[in-house]
Design a protein around this ligand. Sequence first.
Ligand code: ADP
Length: 260
Amino acid sequence: KENPVDFSEKPHELSKIKKVIGVVSGKGGVGKSLVTSLMAVTMNRRGYKTAILDADITGPSIPKAFGINTKAMPSELGLFPIASKTDIEIMSINLLLENETDPVIWRGPIIANTVKQFWTDVIWGNVDYMFIDMPPGTGDVPLTVFQSLPVDGIIIVTSPQELVSMIVSKAVKMAEVMHIPVIGVVENMSYFECPDCGKKHQIFGESHIEEVAKEHGIDLIAKMPIDTSLAGACDKGMIELFDGTWLDHIADTLEMNGEK
Ligand code: ADP
């Protein structure tokens, strides 16, 4: 690894993880966890052994989207992730907290350390693609988390409500500092397609994602609509049933990169 950060933490001896993809955003609530979940579901459907490491410690929403209600219990061997209905391996702070509505009010170093332990102490087994739901933003905590995991590529999630240009350039700079390639940008809540007339409405105004991505040399853009069935699937813990194709070309790229 060319990572300038001294990354020496090894995963558990029973874990063999091939590709690690970080999903980042400028702030919370733009759909980063949703994109992480959908990418994992997509790669899992394509026959790859897939895992999600939920590094969004203060806003962990992965277990809920997958409808996981059991807790991860340490065994003699160590800590195993919990498998979803379609066999995606998941580890999240909410699988360890006794009461998942308890707020996590830890400071940065403890958060970073917890994420590091999810990498080093969890027995993941063989994983083709691990998706990491990163803490939002480009501040101290996401940066430290980044530096403690050997991320192979990142996917940036934005929404048209944000200062997209600033967020993308910050994320790109963070990735550059660590020599991590940016795989693509997902513009979430990009539009709403009227179920009656089929017209696409740009609720949050015109999108500038093409120009912004181009400025930063990112070719791969995906646009996801505001979709009430997606929100409903997350709420009901049924995200594995989603049937959109919006992220397929990002999945194609991951597959192509994997073959090289
Ligand atoms: P983040 O991880 O960035 O904080 P989430 O993925 O948890 O954001 O999304 C925040 C909320 O918005 C969730 O309730 C999610 O279901 C909803 N949501 C996100 N993207 C969409 C979308 N494209 N259509 C409908 N609801 C969405």
